[in-house]
Design a protein around this ligand. Structure first.
Ligand SMILES: [Zn+2]
Ligand SMILES: [Zn+2]
Length: 244
Protein backbone atom coordinates (compact mmCIF):
# COMPACT_ATOMS: atom_id res chain seq x y z
CA UNK A 1 0.00 0.00 0.00
CA UNK A 2 0.98 3.62 -0.42
CA UNK A 3 0.28 6.28 2.19
CA UNK A 4 0.35 9.91 1.14
CA UNK A 5 0.15 12.29 4.06
CA UNK A 6 -1.97 15.21 2.94
CA UNK A 7 -2.18 17.29 6.09
CA UNK A 8 -0.25 17.45 9.35
CA UNK A 9 -1.51 20.49 11.29
CA UNK A 10 -3.81 20.77 14.26
CA UNK A 11 -6.48 23.42 14.43
CA UNK A 12 -4.26 26.49 14.14
CA UNK A 13 -3.11 27.48 10.65
CA UNK A 14 0.39 26.76 9.38
CA UNK A 15 1.45 27.91 5.89
CA UNK A 16 3.26 24.59 5.32
CA UNK A 17 0.63 22.28 6.76
CA UNK A 18 -2.97 21.48 5.93
CA UNK A 19 -5.16 19.91 8.60
CA UNK A 20 -5.42 16.16 9.03
CA UNK A 21 -5.69 13.94 5.95
CA UNK A 22 -4.15 10.59 4.95
CA UNK A 23 -4.64 9.00 1.53
CA UNK A 24 -4.21 5.25 1.16
CA UNK A 25 -3.81 3.50 -2.18
CA UNK A 26 -3.72 -0.21 -2.89
CA UNK A 27 -4.41 -2.06 -6.12
CA UNK A 28 -5.86 1.07 -7.67
CA UNK A 29 -8.30 1.71 -4.85
CA UNK A 30 -8.25 4.83 -2.70
CA UNK A 31 -9.28 5.56 0.88
CA UNK A 32 -9.07 8.94 2.58
CA UNK A 33 -8.69 8.97 6.35
CA UNK A 34 -9.77 12.34 7.78
CA UNK A 35 -10.36 15.39 5.70
CA UNK A 36 -9.57 18.67 7.43
CA UNK A 37 -9.19 22.11 5.94
CA UNK A 38 -6.70 22.18 3.07
CA UNK A 39 -6.81 18.46 2.38
CA UNK A 40 -8.79 18.89 -0.84
CA UNK A 41 -6.15 21.26 -2.21
CA UNK A 42 -3.42 18.79 -1.30
CA UNK A 43 -5.38 16.01 -3.00
CA UNK A 44 -5.52 18.09 -6.18
CA UNK A 45 -1.72 18.42 -6.08
CA UNK A 46 -1.29 14.66 -6.54
CA UNK A 47 -0.99 12.96 -9.89
CA UNK A 48 -3.98 10.77 -9.23
CA UNK A 49 -7.57 10.84 -10.43
CA UNK A 50 -9.15 11.90 -7.14
CA UNK A 51 -12.64 11.47 -8.61
CA UNK A 52 -11.96 7.75 -8.13
CA UNK A 53 -11.82 8.38 -4.39
CA UNK A 54 -15.20 7.33 -3.04
CA UNK A 55 -14.33 5.85 0.37
CA UNK A 56 -13.86 8.11 3.35
CA UNK A 57 -12.96 7.25 6.94
CA UNK A 58 -13.15 9.66 9.87
CA UNK A 59 -11.31 9.22 13.15
CA UNK A 60 -13.71 11.62 14.87
CA UNK A 61 -16.12 14.42 14.16
CA UNK A 62 -14.02 17.45 15.00
CA UNK A 63 -13.90 20.18 12.37
CA UNK A 64 -10.15 19.89 11.69
CA UNK A 65 -10.73 16.27 10.62
CA UNK A 66 -13.75 16.69 8.37
CA UNK A 67 -14.20 20.28 7.18
CA UNK A 68 -13.25 19.55 3.53
CA UNK A 69 -15.51 16.51 3.29
CA UNK A 70 -18.51 18.22 1.71
CA UNK A 71 -16.23 20.18 -0.61
CA UNK A 72 -14.83 16.97 -2.03
CA UNK A 73 -18.24 15.33 -2.25
CA UNK A 74 -19.70 18.36 -4.02
CA UNK A 75 -16.87 18.44 -6.53
CA UNK A 76 -17.30 14.72 -7.20
CA UNK A 77 -21.02 15.23 -7.79
CA UNK A 78 -20.29 18.05 -10.27
CA UNK A 79 -17.96 15.69 -12.11
CA UNK A 80 -20.59 12.95 -12.25
CA UNK A 81 -19.58 10.84 -9.25
CA UNK A 82 -22.31 11.22 -6.60
CA UNK A 83 -21.75 7.95 -4.70
CA UNK A 84 -19.68 8.06 -1.53
CA UNK A 85 -19.21 5.72 1.40
CA UNK A 86 -18.29 7.08 4.81
CA UNK A 87 -17.00 5.18 7.83
CA UNK A 88 -16.75 6.81 11.24
CA UNK A 89 -17.34 6.43 14.96
CA UNK A 90 -20.65 6.48 16.81
CA UNK A 91 -22.63 9.58 15.88
CA UNK A 92 -21.39 9.83 12.29
CA UNK A 93 -24.77 9.10 10.67
CA UNK A 94 -26.68 11.75 12.60
CA UNK A 95 -23.83 14.22 12.14
CA UNK A 96 -23.72 13.83 8.36
CA UNK A 97 -27.50 13.81 8.05
CA UNK A 98 -27.73 17.08 9.97
CA UNK A 99 -24.88 18.62 8.01
CA UNK A 100 -26.43 17.76 4.66
CA UNK A 101 -29.75 19.22 5.84
CA UNK A 102 -28.04 22.61 5.74
CA UNK A 103 -27.12 22.14 2.08
CA UNK A 104 -30.12 20.60 0.32
CA UNK A 105 -28.66 21.47 -3.09
CA UNK A 106 -25.78 19.13 -2.26
CA UNK A 107 -27.76 16.53 -0.32
CA UNK A 108 -30.22 16.02 -3.14
CA UNK A 109 -27.47 15.09 -5.59
CA UNK A 110 -25.38 12.79 -3.42
CA UNK A 111 -25.82 9.14 -2.62
CA UNK A 112 -24.15 8.71 0.76
CA UNK A 113 -23.75 5.40 2.57
CA UNK A 114 -22.69 5.72 6.21
CA UNK A 115 -21.22 2.94 8.34
CA UNK A 116 -20.83 3.64 12.04
CA UNK A 117 -18.04 1.60 13.57
CA UNK A 118 -17.45 0.43 17.10
CA UNK A 119 -14.15 -0.15 18.81
CA UNK A 120 -12.55 -3.58 18.36
CA UNK A 121 -14.20 -4.22 15.01
CA UNK A 122 -12.50 -5.85 12.06
CA UNK A 123 -13.95 -5.31 8.62
CA UNK A 124 -12.98 -4.94 4.97
CA UNK A 125 -12.88 -1.39 3.59
CA UNK A 126 -12.06 -0.85 -0.09
CA UNK A 127 -9.77 -3.85 -0.24
CA UNK A 128 -8.07 -3.21 3.09
CA UNK A 129 -8.49 -5.31 6.20
CA UNK A 130 -9.29 -2.70 8.83
CA UNK A 131 -9.37 -2.96 12.63
CA UNK A 132 -10.57 -0.27 15.03
CA UNK A 133 -9.57 0.84 18.51
CA UNK A 134 -11.15 3.43 20.82
CA UNK A 135 -8.99 6.42 21.63
CA UNK A 136 -9.49 8.89 24.46
CA UNK A 137 -10.51 12.36 23.25
CA UNK A 138 -13.38 14.82 23.74
CA UNK A 139 -15.71 12.92 21.39
CA UNK A 140 -15.89 9.28 20.22
CA UNK A 141 -12.62 8.69 18.42
CA UNK A 142 -11.15 5.67 16.68
CA UNK A 143 -7.73 4.52 15.61
CA UNK A 144 -7.60 2.42 12.43
CA UNK A 145 -5.23 -0.40 11.53
CA UNK A 146 -4.82 -1.24 7.84
CA UNK A 147 -3.65 -4.68 6.73
CA UNK A 148 -1.84 -5.20 10.07
CA UNK A 149 0.84 -2.79 8.81
CA UNK A 150 -0.25 0.78 9.39
CA UNK A 151 -2.07 2.44 12.29
CA UNK A 152 -3.55 5.93 11.99
CA UNK A 153 -4.75 7.33 15.31
CA UNK A 154 -7.26 10.03 15.84
CA UNK A 155 -6.64 12.74 18.39
CA UNK A 156 -6.11 11.32 21.86
CA UNK A 157 -4.23 11.44 25.07
CA UNK A 158 -1.82 8.49 25.29
CA UNK A 159 -4.08 5.44 25.14
CA UNK A 160 -2.63 2.34 26.88
CA UNK A 161 -4.47 -0.19 24.70
CA UNK A 162 -2.69 1.21 21.65
CA UNK A 163 0.47 -0.71 22.60
CA UNK A 164 -1.11 -4.09 21.86
CA UNK A 165 -3.03 -2.72 18.89
CA UNK A 166 0.14 -1.67 17.02
CA UNK A 167 1.97 -4.94 17.78
CA UNK A 168 3.88 -6.03 14.69
CA UNK A 169 3.00 -2.97 12.62
CA UNK A 170 5.48 -1.11 10.46
CA UNK A 171 4.18 2.43 10.82
CA UNK A 172 2.24 4.29 13.50
CA UNK A 173 0.86 7.74 12.70
CA UNK A 174 0.20 9.45 16.03
CA UNK A 175 -0.63 12.97 17.01
CA UNK A 176 1.91 15.06 18.91
CA UNK A 177 -0.07 18.25 19.22
CA UNK A 178 2.05 20.13 21.70
CA UNK A 179 5.61 20.15 23.09
CA UNK A 180 6.20 18.93 26.62
CA UNK A 181 6.10 22.42 28.12
CA UNK A 182 2.48 23.03 27.16
CA UNK A 183 -0.64 21.49 28.68
CA UNK A 184 -2.31 19.08 26.29
CA UNK A 185 -5.62 17.87 27.74
CA UNK A 186 -6.87 14.84 25.79
CA UNK A 187 -4.00 15.32 23.35
CA UNK A 188 -0.43 14.03 23.40
CA UNK A 189 2.99 15.46 24.18
CA UNK A 190 6.24 13.79 23.05
CA UNK A 191 7.60 12.50 26.34
CA UNK A 192 4.21 11.01 27.25
CA UNK A 193 4.04 9.36 23.83
CA UNK A 194 7.50 7.86 24.22
CA UNK A 195 6.58 6.52 27.64
CA UNK A 196 3.40 4.98 26.24
CA UNK A 197 5.27 3.27 23.41
CA UNK A 198 8.36 2.24 25.38
CA UNK A 199 7.64 -1.45 24.89
CA UNK A 200 5.57 -1.20 21.74
CA UNK A 201 6.50 -3.44 18.81
CA UNK A 202 6.26 -0.96 15.95
CA UNK A 203 9.08 -0.03 13.58
CA UNK A 204 8.45 3.61 12.74
CA UNK A 205 6.58 6.33 14.57
CA UNK A 206 5.42 9.35 12.56
CA UNK A 207 4.36 12.42 14.52
CA UNK A 208 1.56 14.56 13.15
CA UNK A 209 -1.28 16.96 14.07
CA UNK A 210 1.19 19.63 15.11
CA UNK A 211 0.16 22.92 16.57
CA UNK A 212 2.58 25.77 15.72
CA UNK A 213 4.47 25.43 19.02
CA UNK A 214 5.22 21.79 18.18
CA UNK A 215 5.90 22.44 14.50
CA UNK A 216 8.54 25.00 15.51
CA UNK A 217 10.67 22.43 17.35
CA UNK A 218 10.47 19.15 15.49
CA UNK A 219 13.97 17.98 16.47
CA UNK A 220 13.12 18.46 20.13
CA UNK A 221 9.91 16.48 19.70
CA UNK A 222 11.81 13.55 18.24
CA UNK A 223 14.46 13.60 20.97
CA UNK A 224 11.79 13.74 23.67
CA UNK A 225 9.98 10.70 22.24
CA UNK A 226 13.21 8.76 21.77
CA UNK A 227 14.15 9.09 25.44
CA UNK A 228 11.75 6.20 26.02
CA UNK A 229 11.11 4.90 22.48
CA UNK A 230 14.59 4.58 20.93
CA UNK A 231 13.45 3.64 17.45
CA UNK A 232 12.78 5.43 14.18
CA UNK A 233 10.80 8.60 14.88
CA UNK A 234 10.08 11.30 12.30
CA UNK A 235 7.79 14.30 11.97
CA UNK A 236 5.28 14.12 9.16
CA UNK A 237 5.31 16.64 6.33
CA UNK A 238 2.52 17.42 3.90
CA UNK A 239 2.69 15.34 0.69
CA UNK A 240 5.11 12.84 2.27
CA UNK A 241 4.79 9.41 0.71
CA UNK A 242 5.32 6.17 2.63
CA UNK A 243 5.27 2.87 0.75
CA UNK A 244 4.47 -0.17 2.82
ZN1 LIG B 1 -7.62 17.44 15.66
ZN1 LIG C 1 -10.07 16.37 17.89
Amino acid sequence: MRLTILGTAGVLPDPRRAQSGYLLEKDGRLVLVDCGSGVFSRLAQLSIDWTQLNTFVLTHLHLDHMSDLLSIWTARWLLGAPDVTLYGPHGTREFITNLLELFPYIRDHLRVTVHELRARETLPIAGFEVATLAMNHYVPTLAYKFDSQLVICGDSEPEPTLVDFVHGCKVLIHECSFPDALPAPLHTTPTALGQLLARADVEWLVLTHLYPQAAAQTEELIKAVQKNFPKRVTVATDLQVIDL
